[in-house]
Write a protein that binds this ligand. Structure first.
Ligand SMILES: [Zn+2]
Length: 139
């Protein structure tokens, strides 16, 4: 459960910027998206309702914060991500162009396609990433 103190206030977010602006966001979104199928009810034959979807999103959010409590992702952003991935309109799951790790990226502007781990290495150990990128480019 989310404590009242930890619950963020303010207007609900309307964009997926938190997931698309930085490599950290792209990696976090992929970690969240990887949880989505684990919380589907495989035995239910009824179509899911908005209430089912909300309840499922709560379970995903709780599980994610249990795994990564320092996350800045808000519940409403998780809902936006879930809807956008289902529609396939703005974001898409893909692979980091350096290490093939799972990330999300903007379908319209797919230029930022590196994960947070490779971005960190690029900043702190530029030689190691350059080598990896050269290897990947030859594939
Ligand atoms: Zn990577």
């Amino acid at each position: 459960m989310i404590s009242e103190d930890a619950r963020r206030r303010g207007p609900p977010p309307r964009s997926l910027d938190v997931f698309l602006r930085t490599s950290h966001g792209r990696t976090e979104a992929a970690a969240l998206a990887a949880l989505f199928p684990l919380f589907k009810s495989p035995t239910s034959i009824k179509p899911s309702t908005a209430l089912d979807d909300g309840e499922q999103a709560c379970e995903i959010y709780d599980a994610y914060l249990g795994y990564y409590p320092q996350s800045n992702v808000r519940f409403e952003e998780l809902m936006l991500l879930k809807r956008s991935l289902a529609k396939g309109d703005i974001v898409e799951l893909g692979l980091c162009r350096v290490c093939n790790g799972l990330i999300i990226y903007n379908r319209i502007d797919p230029t930022r396609r590196t994960c947070s781990h490779c971005e960190y290495l690029r900043e702190h150990e530029p030689d190691s990433v350059t080598l990896s990128e050269k290897t990947t480019d030859l594939d």
